[in-house]
Design a binder for this molecule. Structure first.
Ligand code: SF4
Length: 124
């Protein structure tokens, strides 16, 4: 079978989230196609922010939440996907190593995205 056909899958092969597709199979197919697979991100393993910075960030986030409420699910998911692809994201705890915040929650907070993401990676 042509590899491109196999990748399209046509309902025969897994069509669910990427996690359902074995990584080795992905690498194998990309090698055959001579296309480099997307490099995996080396994530942080611990919080860099000190207690003072975390407290300041928490206050700023709380202020934004009180003034602006929460964002739509679409924006929240967009932000969370950005975090998951960011080297500052700690996979185990789902925290940001830069600010120490829990990203499953913080990504919902309304307000200025550039003020909420310490590396200013959120678009909205
Ligand atoms: S908040 Fe910003 S810096 Fe922190 S993990 Fe998310 S994208 Fe990266």
């Amino acid at each position: 079978m042509d590899i491109r056909e196999e990748l399209k899958s046509a309902g025969v092969y897994p069509t669910g989230p990427c996690s359902a597709w074995p990584e080795v199979r992905n690498i194998e197919l990309h090698k055959k196609m001579r296309v480099a697979p997307a490099p995996s991100v080396a994530h942080a393993t611990k919080v860099k922010a000190g207690a003072g910075k975390m407290a300041g960030g928490l206050l700023k986030t709380a202020g934004q939440a009180m003034r602006h409420g929460k964002v739509s699910e679409v924006i929240r998911n967009e932000r969370y996907e950005t975090c998951k692809a960011c080297p500052a994201f700690i996979e185990d705890s789902k925290r940001c190593s830069e600010c120490g915040c829990f990203m499953e929650a913080k990504t919902w907070v309304g307000g200025n995205p550039k003020a909420l993401c310490p590396l200013k990676k959120w678009e909205r």
